[in-house]
Design a protein around this ligand. Structure first.
Ligand code: HH2
Length: 400
């Protein structure tokens, strides 16, 4: 008996460990590691000429490429292409594509960047007074100073209650606290910047005095973000992905981390039959464009965090697809934040009210981490910290 068994080694470090375990020579390890992983890269809108060249070169490199029927039969000008191969195959493929005509070199550059981003492991969030390495998964505790937030509306309107909860969340292991004063959950009504600041100011001032972790402000309004940053908040969580150029300028000027979150439409109406061509590809494209705009506006790329925006203009199935394929967002080369806590899709799947969705949220958070999430935004800090400690241990993530 040779005891044949299939190994499941999704990351380069897993392959390395397996190679070391059988005593492979040090020089052989990088070569074998490049053969021990398999990557599938999807490209959209590839012209038929580049598609055919890609097919030829990927086959020549030892991998393969899936091209649409229309491209091969010259009945459509462009289409999507899927490249399949090991990093070794991709290395050979990229070397060849760079010398091929038309837009082959540009295609190769994009594929190379996506693969490098996907493989990136080390991320650090830098704040004026803190550094948070994201080797270990980090928890962002939610503090909603609103009357109408879907999960905790009305509980923390009284500043002292809010401050106490922030302190408690940090004691429970939150590495960041996200303070918001306007609900953006489905069907919520917008509030004025004046009302938002009236709710936020006393809480923010107290929280900043009492907790020793970076405080993020959950707002899409530049007036509110500016005041919060002046008061001492050091992160901006914007559900509109810095859509307002003034937000970009503000984040650039303060040189602080910012979350770019995807939302389809506006909170009031976003859940009315949301539609995508391809939910994952569409959101990757959206976030890529938002990163590019922010960087062009002067934001340091290392300050950006991406978030697919679970529940923001998404059906249950959209949310599940995003979580199943969360790894695709690694191609953006930025840490991924995910917020699933107590959300409606959990309620629909479990037929459970908002206060009864904890286990569902933990399961979703753990799987999100398995697929690349580095920051989990949650109301249930204590439980999430404990669940993620186990998930991180299983995944071999070293403590910070
Ligand atoms: N979800 C909510 C609010 N802000 N920000 C990011 N980056 N990601 C999210 O998933 C996210 C978010 C909605 O949750 P909550 O803050 O609890 O509700 P409400 O908007 O009703 O205050």
């Amino acid at each position: 008996m040779f005891n044949a068994h299939v190994l499941e080694l999704p990351e380069a470090r897993d392959v390395n460990q397996a190679l070391q375990a059988v005593g492979v020579q040090a020089q052989g390890q990088p070569i074998l590691r490049r053969k021990g992983l398999f990557r599938i890269v999807r490209l959209q809108g590839v012209g038929y000429r580049e598609a055919l060249i890609a097919k030829q070169e990927m086959l020549g490199a030892g991998g393969d490429a899936a091209t649409p029927k229309g491209t091969v039969e010259f009945t459509s000008d462009e289409g999507d292409v899927i490249l399949l191969g090991t990093p070794q195959h991709f290395k050979r493929f990229l070397g060849k594509m760079k010398h091929q005509p038309f837009r082959s070199a540009a295609l190769a550059a994009e594929v190379e960047e996506a693969l490098a981003h996907y493989a990136r492991d080390a991320y650090v969030l830098r704040f004026p007074n803190f550094e948070i390495p994201l080797q270990r998964t980090v928890v962002m505790g939610i503090l909603n100073v609103t009357p109408d937030s879907f999960a905790d509306g009305g509980r923390y309107l009284e500043p002292q209650a809010a401050i106490d909860r922030a302190v408690e969340m940090v004691q429970e292991g939150a590495s960041l606290v996200d303070v918001g004063a306007e609900s953006t959950s489905p069907g919520s009504e917008p509030v004025s910047a004046a009302e938002e600041w009236k709710r936020l100011e006393p809480v923010l001032a107290g929280v900043l005095d009492h907790v020793n972790v970076p405080i993020s402000v959950d707002t899409y309004k530049p007036e509110t973000a500016a005041k919060a940053l002046d008061l001492g908040a050091t992160m901006v969580n914007d559900v509109t992905s810095l859509r307002d150029p003034k937000m970009v300028a503000l984040v650039a000027q303060h040189d602080v981390p910012a979350v770019l979150m995807h939302m389809l439409g506006e909170p009031k109406t976003m859940q009315k039959s949301p539609e995508y061509e391809d939910v994952v590809a569409d959101i990757v494209r959206f976030l890529r464009a938002r990163i590019s705009d922010a960087v062009e506006g002067g934001v340091g790329p290392e300050n950006l965090v991406v978030d697919p925006g679970i529940g923001f203009g998404k059906t249950v199935d959209h949310n599940l697809q995003i979580l199943r394929q969360l790894g695709a967002f690694r191609s953006l080369g930025r840490p991924i934040l995910v917020g699933v806590s107590r959300k409606t899709f959990l309620g629909k799947l479990l037929d459970a009210e908002v206060e009864d969705r904890l286990e569902g949220g933990l399961a979703a958070a753990v799987l999100a981490v398995r697929h690349g999430a580095r920051i989990i935004r949650t109301h249930d800090v204590k439980e999430t910290v404990r669940a993620l400690a186990i998930a991180d241990a299983i995944l071999g993530k070293s403590p910070a």
